[in-house]
Design a protein around this ligand. Structure first.
Ligand code: NZQ
Ligand code: ZN
Length: 386
């Protein structure tokens, strides 16, 4: 196990009917900006319940944060927050709204070109302060509700934004607020959370027993509850387990002291930016093909994954690994998330655009070993085609 620091200051408020507690969670004298997306929180009544929970505080609203939130949209909220001097941000929505709110929290007190905040990759932002923020999560998927990261779309790319100042102060996780999700978003959530675990687990062994066993537990939970929560959207137990799985997949715990990959995410981000495929769909396309190309590097962990997650113990090592990759692809497909580029109407000759975008964004040395080149990304995408 590598040396690590681990801290997670986010207070989780999990369970049904807890929006009334906002009154205790938000400072009494806060001037609050409530941020949301395209309107689902209005349609399904969540926003009204949030506003009621905030009691007599001064509250402003900013709606219209789109999926894969755009810098330009977020800057409108930054202008509003500066003009009105709000001092607390409350995101009500999915990963896009939570991420957008984190960017706004960093940008409001920032003096300088706000777009420069998108140029630091996975390194912490060079900022000394951020507005305090909190979330009411309505989509279990990204883990944004309990981590310090965000992803912002700008000029045809998707850029990570990271800072310990951007952990939500608290996040309300009420599984019943997610019952209104369309099936496709629930399936996306299962796949995104699943791949978050895999990017921190299927690398190379470092003897991190707690992280490995926890990762395997989250994967097995997702395999179990994914189909149930799709078939029975109002089965509380299944949805609650999906929600907590998604949060635990990317709150730093399983990733502490172990190598990380993230190549599937980085290649997937370009697919979303160029062709508009949903974030989780991009991961379902890339991951099985990436593993086929990287099974030598990931040999030991793929075998461990095969045995402990899918109970595959028969056959040669190569056969067990292939079976585990096949099971993973079948799992995504069984949820209705397609795993081939051609399923999304992308043409084979467009693969070159993806490779160029990876190069333009400096994504030329990906993976846990830093040796996944654009040439390998090209092969991965060609094999992901059909
Ligand atoms: O905008 P509204 O009208 O609210 O509709 C949204 C949106 O259309 C809808 N929705 C959300 N909650 C709902 C609901 N519809 C009905 N009922 C509800 N309860 O769902 C649609 C998708 O929402 P979005 O927030 O875009 O989805 P998701 O949570 O999957 O977030 C994706 C974003 O998160 C980033 C992705 O790159 C992408 O931009 N990620 C953030 C990460 C992080 N911060 O750690 C890690 C991830 O790997 C990911 O990259
Ligand atoms: Zn993701």
């Amino acid at each position: 196990m590598q040396n690590f620091d681990y801290r997670n200051p986010t207070h989780i408020v999990f369970g049904q009917n807890r929006l009334g507690e906002l009154d205790n969670l938000v400072p009494d004298d806060a001037k609050v900006l409530v941020l949301y997306g395209g309107g689902s929180v209005k349609r399904f009544g969540t926003l009204d319940r949030v506003l009621a929970g905030l009691g007599n505080r001064t509250v402003l609203e900013f709606g219209g944060i789109e999926p894969n939130p755009k810098f330009e949209t977020l800057m409108k909220a930054v202008d509003l927050a500066r003009k009105e001097q709000v001092d607390f941000l409350l995101a009500v929505g999915g990963g896009s709204v939570m991420d957008g709110t984190k960017f706004i929290a960093a940008a409001v007190p920032f003096q300088g070109d706000e777009a420069s905040l998108l140029s630091h990759g996975f390194a912490p932002l060079p900022i000394a302060e951020a507005l305090p923020l909190a979330t009411v999560a309505t989509l279990p998927a990204t883990g944004s509700e309990m981590n310090m990261g965000a992803v912002v779309s700008y000029q045809g790319g998707k850029f990570p934004v990271m800072s310990p100042l951007l952990f939500p102060q608290f996040s309300v996780l009420d599984p019943t607020l997610t019952y209104s999700l369309p099936t496709v978003q629930v399936a996306n959530g299962v796949v995104d959370a699943f791949v978050h675990v895999l990017e921190q687990y299927v690398t190379y062994p470092t003897g991190a027993m707690v992280q490995d066993r926890t990762a395997e537990g989250i994967l097995k939970s997702l395999i179990e509850v994914g189909p149930v929560t799709l078939a029975e959207p109002e089965n509380y137990e299944a949805r609650a387990n999906l929600m907590w799985s998604a949060t635990c997949a990317l709150n730093g715990f399983i990733g502490a002291g172990v190598p990380h990959d993230w190549a599937t995410h980085m290649i997937g981000h370009e697919l979303t930016a160029l062709f508009g495929v949903d974030h989780a769909q991009s991961l379902a396309i890339v991951l099985p093909s990436l593993w086929q190309h990287r099974k030598d590097k990931k040999h030991a962990k793929l075998l461990q994954y095969a045995e402990r997650v899918w109970d595959i113990t028969e056959g040669t090592e190569a056969e067990r690994i292939d079976a585990a990759i096949g099971k993973t692809r079948d799992f995504f497909e069984s949820l209705g998330v397609k795993t081939r580029l051609s399923d999304y109407g992308i043409q084979q000759d467009q693969i070159e655009e993806v490779v160029k975008a990876l190069e333009a964004h400096g994504m030329v040395a990906l993976s846990e070993t830093g040796d996944l080149t654009p040439a390998i990304s090209r092969q991965i995408l060609e094999d992901a085609y059909a």
